[in-house]
Design a binder for this molecule. Structure first.
Ligand SMILES: [Zn+2]
Length: 317
């Protein structure tokens, strides 16, 4: 694969307390060794990861599912029981020193969530006010720690609705990253056209590939680094952008070697790596206005539940 002319971005989501405390410092050391700057989206509020397990527990085949997904190995039992049998710990709100360290080391820091689980499991049922409140709490905490407003948000589990996009449009953001697949642009979902630039996640995440039965990490890395079919260089809008999703709990944990493989490969290809903010600035300063992208809530291979998926426009690759 020829990586020339492609711009890679690493989008790190932090979903759990232990991912923040243990995974992020480990990721920072690895990025530092390769001289790479990433974009971190942080969950600030309670770690209710255990609620997902509780839902699984109530479903049939609990143990089989737990073992198949490798959840105990990936997350540890403290996280798996967090918010149910054990009290929920705050995530980034409890670790202001690590939040500042990410920023001080030159990475981009933005907002992922207040209550990640609430958004992921119940977004469809959240009122506009409740969604606003989720952002308000995360933004307040972010500003207290970093002394500035966030520039961007990224929806937990890539879940978005017309209402969530509408609320985000009121936040004065530079961009949002809620969508899977496709090109950047202004998303149209359930009849609502957002005015906030959307930079989608274009690549699969490692957990999805593992769920689909892939075993070899080198082959997974090839898949994650491949420029997606249909990625194009829109006139005046720079290089096709490949956005690679990482999770502090995964690549900052037992799958740390996977990030090493990715970074060695991008270094060997002399690939261009940008933060999402750098990419957004380029897009927004271009003379060509970003296109409208059509988005729909759809299931996706390797994931439970629907994600906000870009739908190819008629007549386009
Ligand atoms: Zn997340």
């Amino acid at each position: 694969m020829n990586a020339l002319g492609v711009s890679y971005s690493f989008k790190v989501d932090v979903d759990t307390h232990d991912g923040m405390r243990d995974g992020v410092p480990r990721l920072l050391e690895t990025f530092d060794r390769f001289g790479v700057k990433a974009t971190f989206f942080l969950s600030f509020g309670p770690d209710n990861s255990g609620k997902a397990v509780w839902n699984l527990f109530r479903a049939r085949g609990f143990l089989r599912k737990m073992l198949r997904t490798g959840a105990p190995k990936l997350y540890g039992w403290r996280t798996i029981l967090s918010g149910t049998l054990l009290p929920a710990r705050l995530i980034a709100a409890k670790h202001p020193d690590i939040v500042r360290r990410i920023s001080d080391e030159g990475h981009e820091v933005e907002v992922h969530a207040w209550d990640h689980r609430l958004w992921q499991d119940h977004l469809d049922r959240l009122t506009r006010d409740r969604i606003r409140e989720q952002f308000a709490r995360a933004f307040e905490c972010f500003e207290r720690i970093l002394g500035r407003r966030p520039r961007a948000v990224a929806a937990p589990a890539w879940r978005a609705t017309a209402t969530s996009l509408q609320v985000q449009d009121g936040l004065g953001l530079e961009y949002a990253s809620d969508v899977r697949g496709g090109e950047f642009g202004f998303p149209e979902l359930d009849g609502y056209r957002s005015t906030t630039l959307q930079i989608p996640t274009t690549q699969p995440c490692l957990e999805e590939l593992l769920t689909l039965g892939r075993k070899d990490l080198d082959a997974c890395a090839e898949e994650v680094l491949a420029v997606p079919a249909g990625a194009r260089r829109p006139e005046g809008r720079g290089a096709p952008l490949v956005v690679i999703p990482l999770h502090a709990e995964v690549e900052g944990g037992v799958y740390a070697p996977f990030l090493e493989i990715l970074l060695r490969a991008t270094a060997a290809r002399s690939a261009r790596i940008q933060t999402l903010h750098e990419k957004a600035s380029e897009i927004l300063s271009s003379a060509v206005s970003p296109p409208v992208i059509r988005v729909r809530a759809q299931p996706m291979a390797g994931r439970a539940g629907c994600v906000a998926l870009a739908v190819p426009l008629d007549g386009e690759a």
